[in-house]
Design a protein. Structure first.
Length: 152
């Protein structure tokens, strides 16, 4: 995920209850969706595209600070994931819900939750490859210079 200086970052639903002082962002995984990859991707190993859902809980000391932090996050996301396929902003955003407030997660500052999805290719296993460790040329050996089956 993109980083903004002088911020605390946490990951996962349990981190919401940590009640660290703002400014901070808590990344919470949400619902994933899958789609057939775009043919323009040209990655023959790609089976699907996984759109990993994320709720970014943006904490500021007040609404103004939270709004400023949200704009920094939006800018960092756009710089990091410039492709429309990589970043889907279809999840919306909302200020702290009653559920978060009831759980006691909104004691320090104001919270804005930005929901989005990141496109991640789901690929086939890599092909088995043979590695050539050494090639030796022997001078004075008869032949046409082309090695064929059953020839040494």
């Amino acid at each position: 995920m993109p980083r903004i200086d002088a911020l605390q970052y946490r990951h996962g639903i349990r981190a919401l209850a940590a009640l660290d002082a703002p400014p901070r962002i808590v990344w919470v995984p949400t619902l994933d969706q899958y789609a057939i990859p775009d043919v323009s991707d040209m990655n023959a190993r790609s089976l699907w595209t996984r759109y990993a859902g994320v709720d970014a809980h943006v904490w500021g000391k007040d609404e103004e600070a939270t709004e400023e932090l949200f704009h920094q996050l939006a800018s960092a996301l756009k710089r990091t994931f410039s492709s429309g396929q990589a970043l889907q902003m279809n999840g919306g955003g909302r200020w702290a819900t009653q559920e978060l407030e009831s759980a006691g997660y909104v004691k320090l500052g104001e919270v804005y939750v930005l929901s989005f999805q990141l496109g991640i290719p789901v690929t086939r296993d890599p092909f088995d490859l043979a590695r050539v460790l050494d090639i030796a040329h022997e001078s004075g050996v008869a032949g046409d210079g082309v090695l064929t089956c059953n020839e040494s």
